[in-house]
Design a protein around this ligand. Structure first.
Ligand code: CS2
Length: 490
């Protein structure tokens, strides 16, 4: 089959929407760190829309911070790829044209730093996932003993962390008399802009005080809330897209039609006209972040652990199960009072819309995928909400079950006795603790609650919380996830 690329586009069927601007005139203005499926389905689609509405020098250069796979798939396609939006009513196809070159940081960090330091680069955006920030998720501060940070301090010209790369590039810009680029975090972290600013400044201060002060004074780190459900692309997706477009595309991305982007409008050197294509430019992102992290991601993670344990492969399957849907209603009822509603939003309606999105049968989002990296996700998705509820003396039954399900999951054995492939930076710690505690709920919950980087020092001292988690964990071990969920849901 012919490969998708610039000079094979004439073969595309009319059902595929193509860039409505002249791609040969596009020059890069954004460098995106962590070019995964999410960014290609979110930031790149918004940018594509903005270019169609108001053309400008906003092409995207992608950068992979670890592996060369994305570059190897995209370079033979001149950066072109298909976005397949799956609505329950049927698919919608779109060719995205705003991505140009893809760089692979470990192969040549100097090239990437030079690109970030170029006067053409006005925005450096990031989707490097929670663990990519090399910070302590419980406090939001730089982990000075993180292997990536230790490496980058010793090798400032060939950094491998996002923070190290940003500092190296800002240093080069300052030396060249240029202003900073805007560093735009698009990860699911609370106060992502402020957290990134703190990490970049703290890292810079370890070697260069003047640079740290310059970053503090001149830097721009807008906060954002990003949302679109984008499961990992599978071989079946690749085969389906080939059938639909009549060309081989090694790098399609698959997402739901829904998308949302709230952005704090503080940019150092301009931005694409994202506000003209649906992005919400706001002065306060926090209410959007709280709503999304607590209601969507908190429910996603709870459903991922419980659903996986109950044998549900996807979110659509789990949330299609009436018992789990009732659990979600109860969970949202606990979360909603802790969330300040963004202007014009009814949180009850937001929850109903989430349930419909989760149930979209055309999206196969694996519970196993969402279950990854729980140590980095739990604090902002569930634990902050639990703290607020405890302070208010309010019930936390559903929230605590989410935490207990995470524990049963990281214990590493499913309900049929098969091993679980636990992916997490702390996986070795979990395995050790699980080996020592066995399936003793009291011992295991106490041991896991002692991980300060996740639970801080306060939560293990809250008997209402520790007792609820332990009771749920015992029920999960005794009767399984489905029966335990049925017990709290009714
Ligand atoms: C998911 C998110 O993988 C996960 O942890 O909860 O990727 C989720 O799909 C997105 O945040 C939706 O915007």
């Amino acid at each position: 089959m012919t490969r998708l690329k610039t000079n094979t586009l004439t073969a595309l069927p009319a059902t595929v929407r193509r860039p409505a601007y002249d791609r040969s005139r596009l020059t890069p203005g954004i460098v995106h760190l962590g070019l995964g499926a999410f960014a290609r389905a979110h930031l790149c689609e918004y940018t594509e829309d903005a270019l169609e509405r108001e053309f400008g020098a906003w092409g995207v250069t992608g950068a992979s911070l670890q592996r060369p796979d994305q570059r190897d798939r995209l370079a033979p396609q001149d950066g072109l790829y298909t976005l397949l939006k799956r609505a329950p009513a049927g698919p919608e196809l779109r060719l995205i044209g705003c991505l140009g070159e893809v760089l692979v940081a470990p192969e040549n960090p100097a090239t990437l730093i030079a690109r970030m330091a170029s006067p053409d680069t006005r925005i450096v955006s990031l989707t490097v996932t929670e663990k990519g920030y090399c910070h302590d998720p419980a406090t939001g501060r730089l982990k000075a003993d993180h292997p990536g940070i230790v490496h980058d301090l010793a090798n400032p010209l060939s950094p491998r962390s996002a923070v190290g790369l940003i500092v190296a590039a800002l240093k080069a810009r300052r030396a060249a008399g240029l202003g900073p680029f805007t560093a735009l975090s698009c990860d699911n972290l609370p106060h992502n802009g402020g957290v990134l600013r703190g990490l970049v400044r703290d890292f810079a201060a370890l070697s260069d005080d003047g640079l740290a002060q310059w970053i503090e004074a001149e830097g721009a780190f807008p906060a954002t809330m990003v949302d679109r459900i984008v499961p990992a692309t599978t071989q079946a997706d690749i085969a389906e897209v080939a059938g639909l477009i009549g060309l081989e595309d090694a790098a399609p991305v698959i997402g739901e039609p829904f998308r949302q982007w709230a952005i704090q409008d503080v940019f150092a050197a301009g931005r694409p006209a994202w506000e003209r294509v649906g992005a919400q430019m706001v002065s306060e992102v926090a209410p959007f972040e709280f709503m999304k992290l607590r209601m969507l991601n908190g429910a996603h993670s709870s459903l991922a652990y419980l659903g996986y344990l109950a044998g549900h492969e996807t979110v659509a399957e789990a949330s299609g199960d009436a018992v789990f849907a009732r659990f979600l209603e109860g969970l949202w009822a606990e979360i909603i009072p802790t969330v300040p509603a963004p202007q014009g939003v009814m949180l009850g309606d937001y929850g109903q819309a989430l349930l419909a999105r989760f149930r979209n049968p055309a999206i196969r989002h694996r519970t196993w995928q969402i279950a990854m990296d729980g140590s980095q996700k739990l604090p902002q998705r569930l634990l902050g909400t639990i703290r607020d509820r405890l302070k208010a003396g309010a019930p936390i039954d559903h929230l605590a079950l989410g935490v207990a399900a995470w524990m049963a999951y990281v214990a590493g054995t499913d309900e049929k006795g098969a091993p679980i492939d636990v992916r997490d930076p702390l996986a070795a710690t979990f395995a050790e603790k699980s080996l020592a505690a066995g399936r003793n709920a009291e011992a295991l919950s106490r041991s896991l609650l002692g991980i300060e980087a996740i639970f801080g020092t306060d939560l293990p001292r809250e008997p209402r919380f520790t007792r609820a988690v332990e009771t749920h964990l015992a029920a999960l071990f005794d009767k399984g996830a489905k029966a335990t969920v049925a017990g709290v849901a009714s």
